[in-house]
Design a protein around this ligand. Structure first.
Ligand SMILES: C[C@@]1(CC(=O)O)c2cc3[nH]c(cc4nc(cc5[nH]c(cc(n2)[C@H]1CCC(=O)O)[C@@](C)(CC(=O)O)[C@@H]5CCC(=O)O)C(CC(=O)O)=C4CCC(=O)O)c(CCC(=O)O)c3CC(=O)O
Ligand SMILES: NC(=O)C1=CN([C@@H]2O[C@H](COP(=O)(O)OP(=O)(O)OC[C@H]3O[C@@H](n4cnc5c(N)ncnc54)[C@H](O)[C@@H]3O)[C@@H](O)[C@H]2O)C=CC1
Length: 233
């Protein structure tokens, strides 16, 4: 048996791309564009949609009216790329799509051209969201509908309080960094934090108040991990 993980090429690099405050250009304003817009707005990007007003579907028109996205009321022009950090193209014109892709590659702007897998720097996946938790399923272009079915199956198996528990753990970790800010304490901090996550139930993590966190953190120095009940006594 090999000592190290076996390489299985042919996958994607799945990462959590931080597009907060980055400028995302969406080309097109139909149904697919509407879905892309939700994904990038959920990631706090600055979104501009280029598409004639007459081509906007109800959802995209709503995003424009609510000023959730900026809007350029015409077909795509190369100058639209001047300030773009990422491009999502979802139009029903294959020639125009390919032009968008070529221009993005000249300018080294990461792009997704819906419906044209070879013209994509990244694919979208099927996403389950619960507060800070995101689960993305990719079939790497083989079966988008199956990606959606797998995502639903996974979501069904997750406890309903998973997102809330994660949110609270985020707060606890922040407080821990305040109590133990030193860089050289990293290993101790991480071991203790992992121990809390392993030994506490999700319900305990959800019910943990700010006061409980402060109580729990008084045990950090000793390395002990009391239960929620012990913290409260
Ligand atoms: C490569 C990729 C590039 C990209 O778009 O990023 C791509 C490509 C293509 N999709 C096509 C069709 C459909 N796409 C969907 C749905 C979704 N497609 C998504 C992603 C991706 N689609 C990327 C790969 C993801 C992966 O493999 O895992 C999802 C997951 C995410 C999202 O789009 O946000 C979202 C589900 C979200 C959810 O429900 O949770 C449905 C079903 C439906 O609409 O309900 C159908 C019809 C049924 C079918 O074909 O399966 C066709 C046309 C084929 C043709 O003409 O026949 C192509 C082009 C081609 O395959 O050549
Ligand atoms: N997840 C996926 O990857 C899927 C991809 N598709 C593909 O995505 C593309 C878009 O699909 P839909 O949103 O359903 O189409 P749609 O017909 O609803 O929308 C197309 C939009 O593009 C706009 N448009 C056309 N030419 C333009 C240009 N030069 N500049 C700016 N805007 C322009 C139109 O005004 C319209 O708003 C199609 O190629 C479709 O086959 C479809 C289903 C799933």
């Amino acid at each position: 048996m090999a000592k190290f993980p076996e390489i299985q090429g042919g996958g994607s690099l799945i990462v959590a791309w931080q597009v907060k405050n980055k400028r995302v250009l969406v080309v097109g304003g139909g149904e697919v564009a509407a879905g892309r817009i939700v994904h990038v707005l959920n990631a706090d990007a600055q979104v501009t949609v280029v598409c004639p007003t007459t081509g906007l579907n109800e959802e995209v028109a709503y995003r424009v009216a609510e000023k959730q996205v900026a809007h350029i009321d015409r077909n795509f022009e190369p100058c639209d790329l001047d300030s773009a950090d990422m491009v999502l193209c979802a139009i029903d014109d294959p020639e125009a799509s390919t032009q968008v892709w070529k221009l993005c590659k000249e300018r080294r702007i990461p792009a997704n051209i819906a419906d044209v897998p070879p013209e994509c720097d990244f694919y979208f996946g099927s996403i389950h969201r619960d507060g800070p938790l995101q689960v993305m399923v990719s079939t790497n272009g083989n079966g988008p509908k199956l990606a959606s079915l797998v995502r639903k199956k996974i979501a069904e198996t997750l406890p309903s309080n998973m997102g809330a528990a994660i949110e609270n753990v985020g707060k606890l970790r922040k407080k821990l960094r305040e109590v133990a800010p030193n860089a050289d304490e990293g290993p101790k901090r991480m071991k203790w934090m992992s121990g809390v996550c392993e030994s506490w139930s999700l319900d305990d993590l959800v019910q943990m108040t700010g006061h409980d966190m402060d109580g729990l953190l008084t045990h950090y120095q000793s390395g002990n991990i009391p239960s929620l009940q012990q913290v409260r006594h």
